[in-house]
Design a protein. Structure first.
Length: 175
């Protein structure tokens, strides 16, 4: 094989490597573009919550201490990581009928400045939604502006930041 042929072979090999590498990079971009979601049930309805909006999940285990309040959605307080955190009923905030049993799960959110817990019925799993599986749209509920496909099921995506803003900026009725 002549040096010109060797040079051509080397250039072809390099082009093959770059070509293959471009597909690997495309797969990494596609994987990174997926939104990590938690599938939950609250008030008898299916919802999704972006994992980035949640600072933690815990089973309630009945450790919610009721406190007197004019805020109907406030279930009480609980302790987590050395902090006292108010617990709100997610179903009540969504104007859904209350469940027959107390909420089993707590979702912690609101950050360190205003930590809160949202109580809900069940965690149904985790899924990753591609951008093509998330649909924008206005809904009648101010806490839901998107829908995400979880396999074959559609779930309303909760805007956790809006819920937290509502809770932290709200004045109790009668005050």
């Amino acid at each position: 094989m002549s040096s010109a042929e060797m040079e051509l072979e080397n250039r072809l090999a390099e082009m093959r490597r770059l070509f293959d590498q471009s597909f690997a990079a495309e797969g990494q971009v596609e994987a990174a573009a997926k939104e990590q979601m938690i599938a939950i049930k609250a008030g008898g309805e299916d919802f999704a919550v972006r994992l980035r909006d949640v600072s933690g999940l815990a089973v309630s285990k009945g450790k919610i201490l009721p406190v007197p309040s004019r805020v109907a959605e406030l279930l009480g307080i609980t302790g987590i990581r050395g902090m006292v955190v108010p617990v709100f009923s997610l179903a009540a905030l969504l104007a859904s009928p209350p469940a027959a049993t107390p909420p089993r799960w707590l979702m912690f959110c609101g950050g360190k400045q205003a930590p809160i817990a949202l109580a809900f019925d069940d965690v149904e799993g985790h899924f990753a939604a591609a951008s093509t599986d998330i649909y924008q749209g206005d809904t009648e509920r101010g806490y839901v502006t998107e829908t995400a496909r979880d396999g074959v099921r559609l779930r309303s995506v909760l805007a956790v930041a809006r819920i937290v803003d509502y809770i932290t900026q709200r004045k109790p009725s009668g005050s």
